[in-house]
Design a protein around this ligand. Structure first.
Ligand code: URA
Length: 238
């Protein structure tokens, strides 16, 4: 993507294209936060492995579609499995489907989803290149926060998705996703700006686009977080 396009996407995100002098100081160093054990590059998959992985995806999709493990099964229109590239380097994990997602069966398709798409584009990524999922596969009624028992019931599905995708980097989108993934109740303001790890996969916490729609002044910080994730990702390629 050239600079002109990137500027267009930043503008679509609602971010001014000038950079204040102190924005540079706000960017935390990434290199010193490298994972302790990056791990060797995975060997190429053999055809039989490919078939086994495809079978594992089919099995997982079927289980999620028919899931009755928590009471959300009674109120959902449909499950929202997740969409995108199953070999993605980038995985985005949000909180739970909202009304539009529950109706369409896809994550982040409402107003917040449009902003998320712009955030990705500002990084030079399309929705098709990344994999997008949620902590919960079903919509909580009236978009209330997920309950502990719902998260516990749904967690193995997400763990299996992460294990199949083996992303190089995870973006935890919003407070609930970040706190549930990292098993902490630290506020989002203190989780953002540093790199966390989930089974050696780096996790960067970003503001939820629904919050950014309500608090547009925070978009600058959101852009800094995305840039930090991008730098980290590039460093992991070296
Ligand atoms: N908010 C989320 O966290 N996930 C969605 O899929 C939609 C809105």
């Amino acid at each position: 993507m050239d600079d002109a396009q990137r500027l267009q996407y930043l503008q679509a995100m609602g971010i001014d294209v000038w950079v204040p002098r102190d924005a540079v100081a706000e960017q935390p160093p990434v290199a010193q936060q490298q994972p302790d054990v990056p791990g060797a590059a995975p060997a190429e998959q053999q055809p039989e492995d490919v078939e086994a992985v495809q079978q594992a995806w089919r099995q997982l999709e079927q289980e999620v579609a028919g899931c009755q493990l928590c009471p959300l099964a009674e109120t959902r229109t449909q499950t929202v499995f997740g969409t995108g590239n199953r070999n993605a380097d980038w995985m985005l994990i949000g909180e739970a489907p909202g009304q539009s997602e529950d109706q369409q069966g896809k994550p982040f398709v409402g107003k917040a989803g449009l902003l998320l798409t712009e955030m990705l584009r500002a990084l030079g990524l399309s929705r098709e290149e990344v994999f997008i999922a949620n902590i919960l596969k079903c919509r909580p009624p009236n978009n209330r926060d997920p309950r502990a028992e719902e998260v516990a019931a749904c967690q193995p599905y997400l763990q299996r998705q992460i294990a199949l995708i083996r992303p190089k980097i995870i973006l935890a989108v919003g407070r609930i996703a970040a706190q549930q993934l990292l098993k902490t109740d630290t506020p989002l303001g203190r989780l953002r700006g540093t790199v966390h790890y989930l089974d050696k996969i780096p996790v960067v916490v970003v503001y939820h686009p629904a919050y950014l729609l309500r608090s547009p002044l925070e978009k600058r910080k959101a852009w800094n977080d995305l840039q930090m994730a991008d730098r980290l990702y590039r460093e992991l390629q070296d």
